[in-house]
Design a protein around this ligand. Structure first.
Ligand SMILES: *[C@@H]1O[C@H](CO)[C@@H](O)[C@H](O)[C@H]1NC(C)=O
Ligand SMILES: *[C@@H]1O[C@H](CO)[C@@H](O)[C@H](O)[C@H]1NC(C)=O
Ligand SMILES: *[C@@H]1O[C@H](CO)[C@@H](O)[C@H](O)[C@H]1NC(C)=O
Ligand SMILES: *[C@@H]1O[C@H](CO)[C@@H](O)[C@H](O)[C@H]1NC(C)=O
Ligand SMILES: *[C@@H]1O[C@H](CO)[C@@H](O)[C@H](O)[C@H]1NC(C)=O
Ligand SMILES: *[C@@H]1O[C@H](CO)[C@@H](O)[C@H](O)[C@H]1NC(C)=O
Ligand SMILES: *[C@@H]1O[C@H](CO)[C@@H](O)[C@H](O)[C@H]1NC(C)=O
Length: 725
């Protein structure tokens, strides 16, 4: 019954509207755009303010900023009540505008607010509301919950007033704010609420709320109501509950991060047609600078856990395209294991950089303390223009990284780096309620670089650039990496967010990758050799011969004897480290063997099985990944299964019982040993000068009776595997 009554009522209303518009066919003349004035209070040019102005300029809003440069005395509005200073400033500004009857004033916040549409649309919607003053509305009541009952009820839509957005005719706004006589730190929203809840004032000032988000979308409590709506030129926010396209989007309460996400698109920051539209705004052109006028950068290197491929990490710092005398190095190393790597790099390169400072494990610094220290070194040095923080698990393979980041000209910006073949990266697109990872709708597209641009994000780690000036201003405190029990990076990001400093990730270029530090067993002599599973890309770069891929692209292999193929497979490093590993293992199966320098190697074979050094799974994987493709190429059709061995020195003539054999030379003839080589009796063919890192591959049955030729001096190392079909 109630339902029916309600239904009837709704019908009647729409009928009345219909009659009304039939009686007055002429809609009121639209208010011209120049009659709209935007007033906003901002005491500082925060990143949020600059973003607001960018959107305002894009739509040609006429904006007057109140209070710029003034000290903020309005309290911490993010956490508690306050904001009275905004009304005081608005009151002062309105006195001069009070008599402009046809002027429409839009008073909005700016640090956490963006425009999604232009003045024309706002004015049209305001006119349709048919009131003199219109406030933003929200579903949550703040700051005084007790006032809830005093609000007029609404059948559908948001019931409570939000003071982040007000639009109205100048004389009415003036009458509203001229009532202010409180302090700067009193609550602005409470002030407006009380006036609005007074039925008399509500009528005389002709006030209402934008219940259905025609103009104002507050995000607090409403994040689930909104979606991005992509158009050809612009991106809007659509309220899916009321099916409206709000013009002003406000990240009130703790929805700043969500606003940042929306503002990566709205109003024209990024869309499918044109990609990123502000990425080239305000860039610094380093190419115009002379080499010696490049900005000074402090590079903070953090080795906070045993990290594979650390020597390679340092080598990449050397290959950065940046004048090295403009780079200062601050290295924090918490691992005794890595001291030898740092020592080696330091000895070779200490004079390459402007300065080189190492804080080692003996200092026993926590990660947070170390990061605070690194940042502070830059902060305290007025000539330090940038602080480039990079963790040892970041493999930058773009030599331009530092320049590209500087050119992008943001307060804090990181290059996107990802774990090879995974969705793991160095940023989060959203945070869960407890501050940990949550996936944003665009995360995967950004990681996979399907959407490219410069993205405002709530969390980043591993590698980023911070302006020195920001460290001396917005981030001038010294303890950002230590906060409650948060991980240091989470602490830093939370501090930056709360200070209103935007953090960006750029994926406009391919910068590099993150390596995995999990399962790094440092009890081997050359532990990186074991990383073939965990970090296959880095393993390949370090241990596979540079010319290996040319086998497939250019047929880069030789056939020195019939059916004996010869091709590059291991790098110098792989050969050296395998030999070291074997030597380190020490207990050669020959047992009686003597290392005779300058003498003749009498012991027929000395061998260590890969299993003895715990390298069997890795070696098998290597055979599958790197030898099988060659096998398929030269003996196409064979299926490869392997058993293997490492053999040293001399092999008596024998027929391998396997289908074919690979034999990789691990050191150099003439420099490391004399003699040696391989002879294939059947073809009266011998190869006297094996090449380090190159492998023979030959069918191992009857056809290829072969022997190793005697080594006459030094020790010759080879790795031999027998491959069964
Ligand atoms: C902006 O508004 C101010 C104050 O109403 C006015 O004096 C000025 O002419 C306006 N500017 C433009 C470009 O409309
Ligand atoms: C508010 O003002 C409009 C004209 O702008 C008028 O039509 C309407 O009746 C007024 N509403 C109230 C509640 O006074
Ligand atoms: C290192 O610091 C930790 C925590 O600060 C402390 O528990 C530990 O005893 C220190 N170790 C040394 C060797 O000083
Ligand atoms: C690390 O390697 C050593 C052999 O060098 C082995 O004894 C040990 O079990 C390995 N540790 C892990 C966790 O795999
Ligand atoms: C790869 O081949 C080129 C010549 O083709 C040679 O100069 C270079 O040294 C080779 N690299 C390795 C690692 O053998
Ligand atoms: C053996 O090699 C060493 C250096 O590796 C060299 O000094 C010596 O002369 C060599 N002996 C012969 C007989 O070639
Ligand atoms: C093997 O070849 C060498 C020359 O390379 C030749 O002198 C020798 O006679 C050949 N031996 C046989 C058994 O054919």
């Amino acid at each position: 019954m109630e339902y029916l009554t309600f239904f009837f009522f709704a019908c009647w209303i729409s009928f009345a509207n219909c009659v009304y518009s039939a009686d007055t066919p002429q809609a009121p003349a639209p208010i011209p755009n120049e009659k709209l004035l935007v007033l906003t209070v901002a005491t500082e040019e925060t990143d949020g303010f600059l973003r607001f102005m960018q959107a305002a300029n894009y739509f040609n809003y006429n904006v007057t900023v109140l209070g710029m440069g003034e000290a903020w005395k309005g309290g911490d509005v993010g956490r508690s009540i306050g904001g009275g200073q905004k009304i005081r400033l608005l009151k002062e500004a309105m006195e001069a505008l009070a008599d402009q009857e046809d002027l429409v004033v839009l008073s909005v916040d700016s640090y956490d607010l963006i425009f999604a549409g232009g003045p024309e649309e706002i004015l049209r919607k305001f006119q349709q509301e048919n009131h003199k003053v219109l406030f933003a509305a929200e579903g949550l009541i703040w700051p005084d919950k007790q006032l809830a009952d005093k609000y007029p009820s609404v059948r559908s839509g948001k019931r409570y007033l939000n003071s982040g957005g007000i639009i109205g005719y100048a004389p009415y706004i003036n009458k509203l704010v001229s009532q202010w006589n409180l302090h700067d730190n009193d609550d602005d929203q409470l002030f407006y609420t009380k006036i609005y809840l007074d039925p008399l004032q509500r009528e005389t000032l002709n006030m209402t709320l934008d219940h259905k988000c025609q103009i104002f979308q507050n995000l607090n409590g409403a994040v689930d109501e909104v979606l991005l709506k992509f158009g050809t030129d612009r991106v809007r926010v659509r309220n899916t509950v009321y099916d409206t396209l709000p013009v002003v989007v406000h990240g009130n309460g703790n929805t700043k991060m969500y606003l940042n996400y929306l503002a990566n698109y709205v109003p024209n920051a990024w869309n499918y047609e044109h990609g990123c539209s502000h990425c080239d705004d305000n860039v610094v052109d380093l190419s115009q600078l002379k080499v010696n006028s490049c900005p000074c950068v402090l590079v903070g290197v953090f080795i906070e856990q045993p990290t594979p491929f650390l020597p390679e990490f340092f080598q990449r710092l050397l290959t950065l395209d940046y004048p090295k005398d403009k780079l200062r190095l601050f290295v924090h190393n918490s691992e005794v294991y890595h001291e030898k790597h740092i020592q080696a790099f330091w000895e070779e390169n200490r004079d390459v950089f402007n300065s080189f400072m190492v804080v080692g494990p003996e200092e026993n610094l926590s990660q947070g303390e170390a990061r605070n220290m690194g940042m502070d070194v830059c902060r305290k040095d007025a000539t330090c223009e940038y602080y480039f923080s990079i963790d040892s698990d970041v493999m930058l393979n773009n030599r331009q990284t530092l320049k590209l980041l500087i050119e992008q000209n943001r307060k804090i910006i990181g290059p996107l780096v990802t774990r090879h073949g995974k969705l793991w990266s160095n940023f989060w697109g959203a945070l869960s309620l407890d501050g940990y990872y949550a996936r944003s709708e665009d995360y995967v597209d950004i990681v996979q670089r399907k959407r490219m641009g410069v993205w405002n994000i709530p969390y980043m780690a591993h590698v980023y650039l911070v302006k020195g000036s920001v460290l001396r201003n917005e981030l001038k405190e010294r303890k950002y990496f230590v906060l409650e029990k948060l991980d240091p990076d989470m602490a830093f990001c939370r501090n930056a967010r709360e200070l209103g400093v935007f953090m960006y990730i750029t994926n406009r270029h391919d910068f590099g990758r993150l390596i995995s530090t999990a399962n790094y067993n440092i009890s081997h002599y050359n532990s990186d050799l074991w990383q073939i599973f965990e970090n296959p890309v880095d393993w390949k770069e370090k241990y596979i011969n540079q010319n290996y891929t040319r086998i497939f692209t250019e047929n880069y292999l030789e056939e020195p004897c019939p059916d004996v193929f010869w091709f590059p497979v291991l790098s110098e490093k792989a050969c050296d480290e395998l030999v070291e590993e074997m030597e380190h293992y020490g207990s050669w199966s020959g047992g009686k063997h003597e290392r005779i320098s300058g003498g003749y190697e009498t012991v027929p074979t000395d061998d260590i099985h890969m299993k003895q050094i715990g390298f069997d799974k890795e070696w098998l994987h290597f055979i599958r990944e790197f030898i099988s493709p060659v096998t398929l190429k030269v003996f196409s059709g064979y299926y490869t299964k392997v058993k293997f061995d490492v053999l040293q020195a001399y092999l008596r003539p024998h027929h391998d019982s396997s289908t074919f054999t690979i034999n990789i030379a691990l050191n150099n003839k003439d420099t490391d040993f004399q003699g040696g080589g391989c002879r294939f009796h059947r073809y009266n063919c011998s190869i006297e000068s094996p090449r380090k890192g190159w492998s023979f591959m030959h069918p191992g049955r009857l056809t290829h009776l072969h022997e190793g030729l005697p080594t006459t001096n030094g020790t010759r190392y080879i790795a031999v595997s027998f491959i069964d079909p």
